[in-house]
Design a protein around this ligand. Structure first.
Ligand SMILES: [Zn+2]
Length: 407
């Protein structure tokens, strides 16, 4: 059961957290501005800032133009002091890197491929994560936390991932978070890969507008989603909120990997596009994709860019189904921005045209069409997001992580 009472220590941590979050988004702001936006009294801000400055969490950056033209001392988080480790666990690959609080990578990203995330590979992944955390910690003493982005279904509370067992037949929950915590002497936090991607985009690819509602579609071999509202991920009870891949876009339609029918995943994932290509190509012998044997989604995008009608139709159709999904999601989340990331973002303007086709005729006039952007498919937002969830945790627990040993 969640406890919502606050002891004095909790309140102090909470107030420090509010100040730090505002500073992270408003570099160079003053004590007067902090008092104004947090609602804390000037005396409280002075006390909080004294502890943060004395412990090297915050640095004074010199005089700046303050409110009403008055000169005041600018403040900044001590970005060079802290780092986090981001870990992305995907079904066939593990990536680990060191990031600073601005989301910049330090050194090389370690990557390792495996056949599939079954029980044995999950155990090996934990051992590798522990090994690299130790290695990175020795190289970067400022590392304060580890963030893990894992594929769903993920039991967010327990940090368990639903991995395969007995070949690919059965599935069991593997206690990823517990196993990593047993082997790593740092705070470790875990979240769903799409949630991580959403948070990573909000922190590092927008201007962290706390009022912004952002909807992120992780459109790869499968489809996931994450929503960030007021700077926080919307999670639901078990962390399964915004499982956009499994919303119904075609009632009673194609069978989905989840066992349901008509899910977005079965229409707009890269695997769905490949399956559809194989289905329609025999009817289009003139297509650049015909007679190629196995057609991958990269072939479809390549033919699309050369203007092949079948390829354009396949990508546009995926966009139409995404548009149907968005038409349902917009009234629920009222997002300002929709970001489509990963493989399907290679669909470019053709994909966007499919989405627009639906939104142009389906959206109620009560809702404003949000800005829809494609993330650079080369930008690993999930790995960046794994760092973001560690940073977010540090900003929520500043006394423990940023100023250990201080009460
Ligand atoms: Zn499904």
């Amino acid at each position: 059961m969640d406890k919502n009472g606050k002891n004095l220590d909790d309140l102090q941590d909470l107030n420090r957290s509010s100040v730090i979050r505002h500073l992270a988004m408003h570099e160079g702001c003053s004590r007067v501005e902090l008092a104004k936006v947090t609602g804390l009294k000037q005396a409280s801000i002075t006390k909080i800032m004294r502890a943060l400055v004395e412990n090297g969490v915050v640095a004074e950056t010199g005089f700046t133009e303050g409110l009403k033209g008055r000169r005041s001392i600018g403040l900044s988080l001590n970005y060079s002091k802290y780092m986090v480790i981001g870990v992305k666990v995907a079904w066939e690959r593990l990536s680990i890197g060191v990031f600073d609080l601005c989301g910049r990578v330090y050194g090389d990203i370690f990557t390792c491929s495996f056949d599939y995330l079954d029980l044995a590979n999950a155990e090996s992944a934990v051992a590798l994560i522990a090994q690299y955390v130790e290695k990175f910690k020795a190289r970067h003493p400022g590392v304060i936390a580890v963030g893990v982005a894992a594929p769903g279904p993920l039991h967010r509370g327990e940090g368990s991932v639903y991995v395969t067992a007995d070949g690919r037949e059965g599935r069991v929950y593997f206690p990823f978070l517990k196993k990593i915590r047993e082997r790593v002497a740092l705070p470790v936090v875990i979240d769903h890969d799409a949630n991580a991607g959403a948070l990573g985009y909000w922190w590092f690819r927008t201007n962290c507008d706390a009022r912004m509602a952002l909807l992120y579609l992780l459109a790869s071999e499968g489809i996931g989603g994450g929503v960030v509202s007021k700077g926080q991920i919307i999670t639901g009870q078990r962390g399964h909120s915004a499982e956009m891949g499994h919303m119904i876009v075609e009632f009673g339609g194609r069978k989905c990997v989840c066992g349901g029918r008509g899910c977005l995943d079965a229409y707009a994932s890269s695997i769905a596009v490949e399956k559809r290509a194989h289905r329609v190509l025999p009817e289009h012998p003139g297509s650049a994709l015909a007679g190629k044997g196995r057609v991958g989604v990269a072939d479809v995008f390549s033919a699309m860019r050369r203007g092949d009608e079948v390829a354009v139709g396949l990508v546009r159709e995926a966009g139409v189904h995404m548009g149907r999904g968005f038409a349902s999601l917009i009234p629920i989340f009222d997002p300002d921005l929709i970001v489509i990331g990963d493989l399907m973002a290679y669909g470019g303007d053709v994909l966007l045209a499919g989405i627009d086709e639906v939104l142009g005729r389906s959206l109620s006039r009560f809702y404003k069409k949000p800005r829809i952007v494609l993330a650079d498919p080369g930008d690993d937002l999930v790995l960046l997001g794994s760092a973001a969830i560690a940073i977010d945790y540090a900003y929520s627990h500043p006394t423990e992580l940023l100023m250990p040993g201080v009460s």
